[in-house]
Ligand binder design. Structure first.
Ligand SMILES: [Zn+2]
Ligand SMILES: [Zn+2]
Length: 47
């Protein structure tokens, strides 16, 4: 199970983009990050 680099919790799925500095974030941290930078995280591509 992956770990969120920000809150250090085990999560089912992690997300990253250019804003996370190559770290993997849980959905809560990822959404929070994008809330502050005012970018829509839904347009980040999943691979
Ligand atoms: Zn997190
Ligand atoms: Zn982003």
């Amino acid at each position: 199970m992956p770990i969120c680099e920000k809150c250090k919790n085990f999560v089912r799925k992690v997300y990253d983009c250019e804003h996370t500095n190559d770290e993997e974030y849980c959905v809560e941290c990822y959404m929070e990050l994008h809330y502050y930078i005012n970018e829509d995280p839904n347009k980040a591509s999943e691979d």
